[in-house]
Write a protein of this length. Structure first.
Length: 279
C-alpha cells in the first residue's frame, strides 16, 4: 500500500503536470468508484486544478471550491491515461481535462476499495472521509504525540497503522519506524511517555524523509519491494545495524518485522493474544 512518502511524492508529480488544466468531466467507471452524491462532480467542470495535496494517505485534487478526495487503498493507482480506452483494465474512474489529457484511477485485484469522494474544498478536512484522521505523521510534534500515546493505549505497531491515532503510516513504515526507534513493535503506547514519543518521532521523521527522498527521484510510485528499509519483508536477513537475523510475527493481513537484538533485548516475540485464534 502506498504510504505517506509515496502519496506525497505522487501528489507533487500530479501538481507539476496537471495544475492549471481545467476539468472537463469526471467519469465513474464502476458503480462503487464515486462515494458521494453532493456536490455533484460537475460543480468542478471548467475549473482549473489548483494543486494536488495530501491528507494522510489520501490525494486531494483541488478545483477551486470543489475537491476530489482519492484513496488508492491497497492496489490503486492514479496515472496519466494515455490510451483512454473504453474499458480500461482495473479502471475505477477517469478525470478528463480540457486539453485532452486524462487521469485514470485503477485498482488491481477484485477488492474494489479504492474510491473518490467529491467534497466542498471549504471544510473538507472536517467532512468524510478525512474527518476521522489523526495528526499528520510528518508534522506532529513530540508533545502532541505524547498525548496521542496516552489517548490510544495499544501496541506501538498498531498505533502507527491506526489512521485515527496518526495519519499517513502503513504496514511497511510501522516496521521501519519501530526498528529505527529501537522499540518493540509490541511496546504499549500507554507506557511510552514523553521519552518514547521523542524516540518514535525522530524515527518517524527519518523514515519518512528517506522514503520521500527516494520517491521523489522516481517518475512514478514505487512498488513496495523497491522502497528503502531495514526490516520490512526481510525476515531471515541480517539487521543492517547489528547483524542479528530479522524476525517476524505474521498476521492474516500484515506482518510485524523486527530485530530482536535492536528492539526486544533479544526476546523473540510470539503473539499470545491472537495468534492461536487466527491459525
Ligand atoms: Zn539489529
Amino acid at each position: 500500500m502506498p504510504e505517506l512518502p509515496e502519496v506525497q511524492a505522487h501528489a507533487e508529480r500530479l501538481t507539476e503536470s496537471f495544475a492549471g488544466d481545467a476539468l472537463k468531466r469526471f467519469v465513474p467507471i464502476t458503480f462503487t468508484a464515486l462515494k458521494t452524491a453532493v456536490p455533484a462532480p460537475d460543480a468542478a467542470y471548467g475549473t482549473p486544478l489548483d494543486d494536488v495535496g495530501r491528507r494522510g494517505k489520501y490525494l486531494l485534487l483541488e478545483f477551486g471550491p470543489t475537491t476530489f478526495v482519492v484513496h488508492l487503498m491497497q492496489g490503486g493507482r492514479l496515472l496519466v491515461d494515455e490510451k483512454q480506452s473504453a474499458k480500461p483494465r482495473g479502471g475505477q474512474a477517469r478525470f478528463l481535462f480540457a486539453d485532452g489529457r486524462a487521469l485514470l484511477l485503477t485498482e488491481a485485484g477484485t477488492e474494489r476499495r479504492a474510491g473518490v469522494w467529491c467534497v466542498q474544498t471549504e471544510g473538507r478536512l472536517d467532512a468524510p472521509p478525512l474527518d476521522h484522521l489523526g495528526p499528520e505523521a510528518d508534522t506532529i510534534d513530540a508533545a502532541t504525540l505524547t498525548v496521542r500515546f496516552a489517548e490510544f493505549p495499544m501496541r506501538l505497531h498498531g498505533f502507527l497503522r491506526d489512521q485515527r491515532a496518526i495519519a499517513g503510516i502503513g504496514r511497511r513504515l510501522a516496521n521501519e519506524i519501530c526498528h529505527r526507534a529501537r522499540l518493540s513493535p509490541f511496546a504499549n503506547t500507554g507506557k511510552l511517555g514523553a521519552e518514547g514519543a521523542e524516540a518514535v518521532l525522530a524515527a518517524m521523521r527519518d523514515a519518512i524523509a528517506e522514503g520521500l527522498a527516494y520517491e521523489r527521484t522516481r517518475p512514478d510510485m514505487s512498488s513496495s519491494a523497491d522502497r528503502p528499509g531495514s526490516v520490512h519483508k526481510r525476515t531471515g536477513e541480517p539487521c543492517p545495524v547489528c547483524g542479528d537475523a530479522i524476525r517476524e510475527v505474521a498476521y492474516s493481513s500484515y506482518t510485524v518485522s523486527y530485530c530482536p537484538t535492536c528492539q526486544t533485548g533479544g526476546k523473540v516475540l510470539a503473539d499470545n493474544t491472537t495468534s492461536k485464534f487466527l491459525k
